[in-house]
Design a protein around this ligand. Structure first.
Ligand SMILES: Nc1ncnc2c1ncn2[C@@H]1O[C@H](COP(=O)(O)OP(=O)(O)O)[C@@H](O)[C@H]1O
Ligand SMILES: O=c1ccn([C@@H]2O[C@H](COP(=O)(O)OP(=O)(O)O)[C@@H](O)[C@H]2O)c(=O)[nH]1
Length: 250
């Protein structure tokens, strides 16, 4: 008689062969257990550049799930998890939490969601984040949104944010800016080499910034006869022609 119980070898088989977006990295298959084709957009930019604000608008209009790495880490502190103290101290100092911790939280959130389109906000923050995310999930981002904003404006916004965050004080803000330039900009540079970065002028009003982002997401709502990939490639090309070609200013 057939039974629902899987043998150990069947379970091993499932974990190693049923995986997102496929490819093994350095011969080690991703350990992601979902079989959905997930679409991920990384949203990067300095602290206070407006990433979270725009992610909310993208969620409303284009049906993505917003995963803020910072929010997931702050929830972990609140949950009383054993890593909580370490995470709290890192955030207070503006340092980057070890990749294993953040990737695990992102992975869990994606696996628990029934959606297949994710905005990952504020991650990857350094090369270690990027490499570990890629090797664990096997996911390559569709593209990168990079919010370009001068430090003076980001500082003004952060000091006015009023969310009671332990890191929105001038001393920690300065440390976060330094970490951003030294560790996060190299990730943007990495993706620039594969033409995946879409630079956004984040100094404009919230609505104007959203207007410049919108065309990059339209293809997720209406797929032309050319197909989604072609439509996205064309949107990125147009975005760059329209004067936002990538030139990292920091
Ligand atoms: N385009 C904008 N112009 C002015 N203020 C903004 C703009 N976008 C966001 N803000 C404000 O700046 C602060 C930081 O924005 P937020 O979205 O939290 O940034 P991030 O997620 O990049 O840290 C918030 O108080 C937000 O309301
Ligand atoms: O992938 C991440 C995302 C966030 N953080 C920590 O969380 C803080 C706040 O990040 P968040 O993205 O919430 O805020 P932002 O600095 O972009 O305003 C950072 O300074 C880091 O200390 C981290 O270590 N890894």
């Amino acid at each position: 008689m057939a039974t629902a119980t899987k043998t150990v070898s069947e379970e091993e088989e499932e974990v190693t062969t049923v995986k997102v977006n496929g490819s093994a990295v350095n011969g080690v298959p991703p350990v992601f257990t979902s079989s959905r084709e997930l679409k991920v957009v990384f949203v990067l930019g300095g602290p206070g550049s407006g990433k979270g604000t725009q992610c909310s608008k993208i969620v409303e209009t284009f049906g993505f799930v917003h995963l803020s790495a910072g929010d997931l880490l702050r929830a972990e502190i609140k949950s009383g998890n054993e890593n909580g103290n370490m995470i709290q101290n890192m955030i207070k100092e503006g340092k980057i939490v070890p990749a294993e911790v953040t990737v695990k939280l992102l992975q869990k959130a994606m696996e628990e969601s029934e959606n297949d389109k994710f905005l990952i906000d504020g991650f990857p923050r350094n090369e270690e984040n990027r490499a570990i995310f890629e090797s664990v999930t096997g996911i390559e981002p569709q593209f990168i949104l990079f919010f370009d904003c001068p430090e003076q404006e980001m500082e003004r916004r952060l000091l006015g944010r009023n969310q009671g965050r332990v890191d929105d004080n001038i001393e920690t803000i300065r440390k976060r800016f330094k970490v951003f330039v030294e560790s996060s900009i190299p990730v943007v540079d990495y993706y620039e080499t594969s033409g995946k970065v879409n630079k956004i002028d984040a100094t404009k009003s919230v609505d104007k910034v959203f207007d410049s982002i919108r065309p990059l997401f339209d293809c997720f709502n209406h797929v032309s006869s050319n197909g989604y990939e072609e439509e996205l490639t064309e949107a990125i090309k147009q975005h760059n022609i329209n004067g936002s070609a990538v030139a990292i200013t920091n």
